[in-house]
Design a binder for this molecule. Structure first.
Ligand SMILES: Nc1ncnc2c1ncn2[C@@H]1O[C@H](COP(=O)(O)OP(=O)(O)OP(=O)(O)O)[C@@H](O)[C@H]1O
Length: 296
């Protein structure tokens, strides 16, 4: 098991501070990195992979700075970037062979590993098909397979579920859960339900900062007793939405059903309901930016 320690990481692109004051220690398990677009997730992942250098701070793997580890660190890593490049004319099998060669894996090992991985990501029956005929979900799965070629102990997946349909999302979650048993898996998303059940720990980023960290239960518990449901007129709904954190809106005949996160009862008749990670995420990201302060 490896320990990856981020100490006081900052990354600036000219004047833009994309990651700031980031301190965290990862070990084995699935870590879900949650944040809206532009929160700094990709930058953080690139820093961890050594593709980018921090402006300030250092990253240590088992107490050794990753910069000084060179190929030894790269051997531990598997990375699926947000837009990974592939040639559409390659078959799935050829693509993995090509990636294995780039990673300088021995041919014998690569052959058996490719078979194993195609099986794992459920693409064995289409291994002779060209990638340009694959769906978005199949491409994502082949992306994971390439990231796993060297059997990495640290696996970094940037928005791996982007563009997947609901069925593919479920299949993908199953693959990821099984991977987190004996390695560190860090995956980013802005979709709460993608990591709801599979992440052992959830990290929430906003404006480059880590604003919250914990298990799903720890984070959800932060808004325990503060989630309300009520049915109001459209006019009332408009007023409530401007001053409360509303985590869901649903039409209900002439009226509107609202789900609200608030410490006090937002309107007479609102009923307390069980909190979810989505409620907590919305609440924590909105108060962190001071977007809604009259609420709780
Ligand atoms: N090369 C760059 N030069 C300048 N600014 C950048 C660069 N890359 C990212 N940024 C900015 O840094 C911030 C963080 O971007 P980053 O891509 O890390 O966020 P993200 O959470 O991964 O978002 P997304 O999900 O949209 O990729 C954003 O404001 C972005 O515009």
């Amino acid at each position: 098991m490896h320990e990856l320690k981020l100490m006081d990481i900052q990354k600036k692109y000219k004047d833009k501070e994309a990651v700031r004051k980031f301190n965290y220690t990862f070990t084995n398990g699935v870590y879900g990195l949650l944040g809206e677009n532009g929160a700094g997730k990709t930058t953080l992942m690139r820093l961890i992979c050594g593709v980018l250098q921090p402006t300030r701070g250092s990253i240590y793997c088992d107490n050794i700075e990753i910069d000084s580890m060179g190929t030894e660190y790269r051997r531990l890593l598997g990375y699926l970037p947000q837009d990974f490049g592939y040639y559409g004319d390659f078959t799935a099998e050829c693509f993995l062979r090509y990636m294995a060669a780039l990673k300088a894996l021995p041919e014998d090992y690569a052959d058996s590993r490719i078979d194993e991985l195609l099986d794992m990501v459920e693409l064995k029956n289409v291994k002779k098909k060209k990638l340009k005929t694959f769906s978005g979900g199949m491409i994502r799965r082949i992306g994971i397979a390439q990231a796993l070629l060297n059997n990495p102990e640290i696996l970094i997946l940037d928005e791996p579920t982007a563009g997947l349909d609901p069925k593919e999302r479920v299949r993908f979650r199953n693959v990821i859960s099984s991977l987190g048993k004996n390695r560190m898996v860090l995956l980013s998303t802005h979709i709460v339900s993608d990591i709801d059940y599979i992440a052992d720990r959830i990290l929430i980023m906003k404006n480059g900062e880590l604003i919250q960290e914990g298990t799903e239960k720890e984070i959800t518990d932060k808004v325990e007793g503060c989630v309300w449901k009520c049915i109001v007129s459209e006019k009332e709904a408009g007023q409530i939405t401007s001053s409360f954190i509303v985590s869901n809106v649903r039409s209900s005949g002439e009226n509107v059903e609202l789900r609200i996160v608030s410490e006090r009862q937002p309107v007479a008749g609102a009923e307390n309901v069980e909190s979810t990670l989505e409620d907590a995420y919305l609440y924590l990201t909105q108060i962190a930016g001071g977007e809604k302060n009259a609420t709780l």
